[in-house]
Ligand binder design. Structure first.
Ligand code: ZN
Length: 246
């Protein structure tokens, strides 16, 4: 049964990226954003990503794309192809803070999640070559070592945007079921902003670990006063429960 379901998803269950409305920010000032994961394990062909870039360019929206370990979870050649595709279409790279500030324009929001500054710095030459400013959603900040923090500092100094991605990278709805919504906000959300603020960053957005969320959690995260936007995922892995609501 499970195998059949996976086969069905692999062959027929996914809309092409260009047809995923949640992956395109249309400058409607919404607080919910969704990114398309494009690591190799997500099996989205580069041609689909290029089609989606064409849509963003033609309609003036921002395509939101997520990679975890560029050069590892996505090959360096693939990243180069992506960056070149963006350059060919003369699209700017926009961070989360760029999307909050406006003005409305076509672009690409490239995001790297979790806490891999050494790996991210490994492609910094490519990012600089293509003038690509990336949003880095950071988790585990309280427990990473000084070397990793120094790497994040260097990336921030290079113009990348530092945002919050929880304290422990736990599935939010599961945590809420076990401990309640107030504890989730108090223990997983707010401290992930505070620890970045303490080191001089200005995070204004919260990305859900595994993209897992509920409407109730969205409302509570935004009501905390720390997050102006929240970010989920489109085309979630079938092992995950919640999807982009857009
Ligand atoms: Zn993550």
């Amino acid at each position: 049964m499970k195998l059949w379901w996976l086969i069905l998803l692999a062959c027929c269950g996914r809309a092409p990226l260009v047809d995923e409305p949640g992956a395109f920010y249309t400058w409607d000032d919404r607080t919910m954003h969704c990114a398309a994961e494009i690591d190799d394990s997500d099996s989205i062909p580069m041609t689909s990503i290029m089609d989606a870039l064409d849509r963003a360019a033609s309609e003036g929206s921002v395509l939101e794309l997520l990679v975890h370990r560029p050069g590892v979870s996505m090959t360096r050649d693939e990243l180069t192809t992506l960056l070149q595709g963006v350059a060919d279409r003369q699209l700017p790279f926009l961070t989360v803070k760029d999307m909050l500030a406006g003005p409305p324009r076509a672009g690409v929001a490239l995001m790297f999640d979790d806490a891999y500054p050494d790996i991210w710095l490994g492609v910094e030459d490519l990012l600089m070559q293509y003038d690509a400013h990336v949003t880095l959603y950071i988790t585990w900040y309280a427990r990473i070592d000084q070397h990793a923090r120094d790497g994040i500092r260097q990336l921030a100094d290079d113009g990348h945007d530092i945002e919050a991605h929880s304290v422990n990278h736990i599935r939010g709805p599961n945590y809420v079921d076990a401990h309640g919504l107030d504890d989730y906000i108090a223990n997983e959300v707010i401290p992930s902003f505070e620890v970045l603020r303490a080191d001089g960053y200005d995070p204004v957005s919260y990305a859900y670990p595994f993209g897992m969320r509920t409407d109730e959690i969205d409302q509570a995260v935004l009501a905390s006063g720390y997050a102006k936007t929240v970010r989920a995922l489109v085309q979630p892995n079938p092992a995950r429960a919640s999807a982009c609501p857009l």
